[in-house]
Design a protein around this ligand. Structure first.
Ligand code: AMP
Length: 276
């Protein structure tokens, strides 16, 4: 991968990169299209990174279909699919990790200890392999995007990070490879996330700026749905990801909800449009 990228760089080609865990949906394809538009070389990685999964999470059953992914990627003009084996990513005696501090403390950092250490480490390794000029991430994983931007700035990594809006199903559910875990009844309940975001948007547009009052409506609304159990619902500053009491600067409502056994996340940056 390094040799391929090095020769593209020698030819003066711009390299765009989309890191993924595979099992593509329209959200992934949208990131790829953005990469395609920004560069002469488009590299997509497929790697289900064990260091970002905690014990008891879905590492062993994470969905995959390489042939389907390959067809979808070639349909949007991907040049290279990079799918390194774990024996190469984490060989025996591997012992180096990247830790981003402040922005990984709240939200998924609370419920998935070690998750962002795994994400920051694998992205560093993938960036070193692919040598991209620009890497494209989804805003659906808002804390991940903030963490990667922080890491790239703090460690003087020589690439640009671009965040793309969340792609949704027609009824509002944020696309996710994990949506295949939902049975018919759970799929209906999964709408609690996007509908709660919509409700919060309405309160904000009506002038509400008190975080506790917005959460006081959002939380019971979500838990009114069958099978839905809130992991977290918080309103945070979009730069620090610390909780805010009053929506003054740019703030985000971040949700993680277990619907049955499936943990779903979604978010809304107050003031932005929400296409639901
Ligand atoms: P994943 O394969 O789930 O690790 O996601 C790979 C990339 O796609 C990450 O940057 C995600 O944020 C992004 N992504 C996942 N779902 C969506 C979505 N519904 N809309 C936009 N980007 C997404």
């Amino acid at each position: 991968m390094q040799a391929t990228s090095e020769s593209a760089r020698h030819e003066g080609k711009v390299i765009a990169f989309v890191p993924t865990m595979g099992y593509f949906h329209a959200g992934h394809l949208n990131l790829m299209r953005e990469g395609r538009a920004r560069a002469e070389r488009l590299v997509v990685s497929i790697y289900v990174n064990p260091t970002q999964f905690g014990p008891g999470e879905d590492l062993d059953r994470y969905p995959s279909d390489f042939d389907r992914d390959q067809r979808m990627a070639s349909g949007v003009g991907v040049d290279v699919i990079y799918f390194p084996p774990t024996s190469e990513m984490y060989p025996e005696h591997y012992q180096t990790y990247v830790t981003v501090e402040g922005v990984t403390q709240n939200l998924c950092g609370l419920s998935r200890p070690g998750h962002f250490r795994g994400v920051a480490t694998v992205c560093t390794k993938l960036f070193n392999a692919v040598k991209p000029h620009v890497a494209i991430f989804g805003k659906k994983d808002f804390q991940q995007l903030v963490t990667i931007k922080r890491m790239v700035e703090d460690l003087n990594m020589d690439l640009q990070i671009v965040g793309m809006p969340t792609t949704r199903e027609a009824d509002g559910l944020a696309m996710s490879s994990r949506n295949v875990y939902l049975n018919t009844e759970e799929r209906k309940s999964a709408l609690c996330l996007s509908r709660a975001l919509k409700m919060a948007q309405g309160r904000y547009e009506g002038g509400e700026r008190n975080a506790a009052r917005i959460l006081g409506e959002v939380c019971p609304y979500i838990e009114g749905y069958p099978y839905a159990v809130i992991d977290y619902a918080r309103i945070c500053d979009t730069t620090t990801l610390s909780d805010v009491d009053v929506l003054e600067g740019e703030s985000v409502l971040a949700l993680a909800v277990k619907v049955g056994a499936t943990r779903l996340i979604d978010n809304y940056v107050f003031g932005e449009s929400l296409d639901i």
